[in-house]
Design a protein around this ligand. Structure first.
Ligand SMILES: Nc1nc2c(c(=O)[nH]1)N[C@H]1C(S)=C(S)[C@@H](COP(=O)(O)O)O[C@H]1N2
Ligand SMILES: [Mo]
Length: 252
């Protein structure tokens, strides 16, 4: 199903649900299934709740579209980033040999992985499209370790509901639920188009979440936290972007 017809289908479904039984009932169903997103503003933040709930119920096993190698964009657009600080520059000067990704929170074996370790983990490759909410897209080949491998390795506890991921840029952090965290296309990406991931595109390590908009693919990731509650993070809406008014769930 194309994105547009899928959206139509969801909207029709929601209109039926809302019309037949009222938004309150639809919201109750969503809550029953654990499908209230953290930025819903409680049970009656119906817009965000219904988008998230509908997508989760209908598409939780779906894959982001993969493209062929000859569709890779020749001049991918690296979005502008705020200046990278001294700590980043120091790490960069040493070819990121000391870059680490710390994994803490609800894990049996919290860990801190060096870039060399991350590069030695099983690698998955995908050719997918990244799209910014501002309207541009590009297609690239990304390679990296599936986030599910990291979660397995640290012994994620059964009641983990979200993975919070942070960047060396303090204003950049996001979270995803377990449907996306365990999804085979969600990668801790360290390669792009056959090379090490370039700094403008988030190198040395970025989280690639191809089933959501570009802002969920945070660059310069150095910290993952496993949690079942997003309230203690930022303003409690699950990400810097959600705190700023964007949707926490940005499924495409
Ligand atoms: N650390 C960090 N991650 C970030 C951003 C950023 O400014 N800093 N921009 C986000 C936004 S808004 C988008 S659309 C994508 C852009 O990815 P690109 O530069 O590969 O095009 O990265 C996301 N990840
Ligand atoms: Mo963006």
């Amino acid at each position: 199903m194309s994105n547009i017809s899928r959206r139509k289908f969801i909207i029709t479904g929601l209109a039926v649900a809302a019309g037949a039984s009222g938004i309150a009932v639809a919201a109750k169903v969503a809550q029953h299934h654990g499908l209230i997103p953290p930025d819903a503003g409680g049970l009656y933040g119906p817009g965000e709740t219904l988008t998230y709930a509908a997508q989760r119920l209908l598409t939780r096993h779906s894959m982001a579209r993969e493209f062929s190698r000859n569709e890779i964009s020749e001049n991918p657009f690296a979005n502008e980033v705020d200046p990278l600080g001294d700590e980043f520059k120091r790490l960069q000067a040493a070819s990121f040999a000391d870059w680490r990704v710390t994994v803490d929170g609800m894990a049996a074996r919290p860990a801190s992985f060096s870039l060399a370790e991350i590069r030695s983990f099983p690698t998955s490759t995908q050719t997918t499209m990244i799209g910014c909410e501002e309207g541009w897209t590009y297609i690239a080949e990304w390679a990296g370790v599936p986030l599910s491998y990291i979660l397995d390795r640290v012994g994620a506890l059964p009641h983990v509901r979200y993975v919070v991921y942070r960047s060396i840029q303090p204003d950049w952090w996001e979270s995803i639920d377990m449907a996306d965290a365990l999804h085979p296309q969600t990668l801790l990406a360290h390669r792009m188009n056959g090379n090490e991931l370039p700094v403008p595109f988030g190198g040395p390590v970025r989280l690639r979440v191809p089933r959501q908009l570009g802002y969920k693919s945070v660059k310069y990731v150095n910290h993952l936290t496993l949690t079942n509650d997003l309230k203690p993070f930022g303003k409690g809406k699950g990400g810097a972007n959600a705190d700023g008014g964007y949707a926490w769930y940005a499924g495409i």
